[in-house]
Design a protein. Structure first.
Length: 294
């Protein structure tokens, strides 16, 4: 493995969670006055022209034809599991729970990635890997433990966890597409198609929502679109060039650090003792993953 290439992929996996966490905060703010599906659909569509301009400016080939022919099966799996079902569920979940819990619950993703790898690829995880994954589970469980209003589980938490079933499955076809085709093309095409699909669905469910969107909401949706689809997604897909899927999923645990800070300043949310302990456990497992699984 080219060490320079791996390091750049690792750097992308470390930077992506900041922009993912920032996107979550913007979703929370936008959903105060706009339905989550509308935010998800418009956010995707707003990103499409920018993604295209970036590809033209940087002379990156999108390889759309390859995605729709040679990589069609893997592409459709990413589109359906990640860009459509995963995005709809997770956006709705973000809107129905706190910003702090949103970023903390996302850290269950490596658990699902590992489970899919065991069942679909026949991988046999080592004791060390199982131990680190267990740490992530314990840490995540602490952040949704009952005993106070902020930590009590709610429907938003359940939607986020359900979305992770779809999102984690997409890691495998994403790895295939990125290594054999174009990460930029995958990001562009899935964003474009999912934006159309989710927007059409939201029009049927919320027929009057689009006519009542305020300028402030549009600004927040555009901000979410830019940091989530343009920056975060580009870094995320790039990381798959050399880094292993479960390592990427685990390093995204840095969302915890970024998310806690952003939630405090942008949403005025604070953490409970359980969540602080859970965050420390999550971060400790992340450090160990980055150290031993390069």
């Amino acid at each position: 493995m080219n060490k320079k290439s791996f390091n750049s992929s690792l750097l992308a996996a470390v930077l992506a969670p900041f922009f993912i966490a920032l996107g979550i905060m913007l979703i929370k703010l936008a959903c105060n006055n706009t339905p989550a599906l509308v935010v998800a659909g418009l956010g995707s569509l707003m990103a499409v022209p920018i993604l295209y301009l970036v590809s033209v400016t940087t002379k990156q080939k999108l390889l759309i034809k390859d995605l729709l022919t040679k990589q069609r099966k893997a592409f459709l799996q990413v589109l359906i599991t990640r860009a459509i079902f995963g995005q709809m569920l997770i956006t709705a979940g973000f809107a129905l729970t706190t910003g702090v819990k949103s970023v903390l619950l996302l850290r269950l993703e490596p658990v699902f990635v590992l489970i899919w790898s065991i069942f679909l690829k026949g991988e046999k995880p080592s004791k060390a890997k199982l131990g680190l994954i267990t740490m992530l589970i314990i840490g995540s469980a602490l952040v949704v433990a009952p005993n106070n209003a902020l930590s009590a589980p709610n429907i938003g938490d359940l939607l986020i966890i359900l979305s992770l079933l779809f999102l984690s499955y997409s890691y495998m076809p994403t790895e295939i597409v990125v290594k054999q085709s174009s990460a930029q093309g995958l990001n562009f095409l899935t964003t474009f198609i999912s934006g159309i699909v989710i927007t059409i669905i939201s029009i049927f469910i919320y027929p009057n929502a689009f006519s009542s969107i305020t300028t402030k909401s549009l600004e927040l949706i555009f901000g979410y679109s830019f940091v989530f689809f343009i920056i975060a997604a580009s870094l995320y897909f790039y990381a798959f060039k050399t880094a292993k899927p479960w390592v990427i999923a685990s390093l995204l645990s840095l969302e915890v650090v970024y998310g806690i800070i952003l939630a405090y300043f942008m949403l005025q949310e604070t953490m409970t003792i359980n969540q602080i302990i859970g965050s420390i456990i999550i971060l400790a497992s992340t450090v160990l993953i980055g150290k031993y699984y390069q």
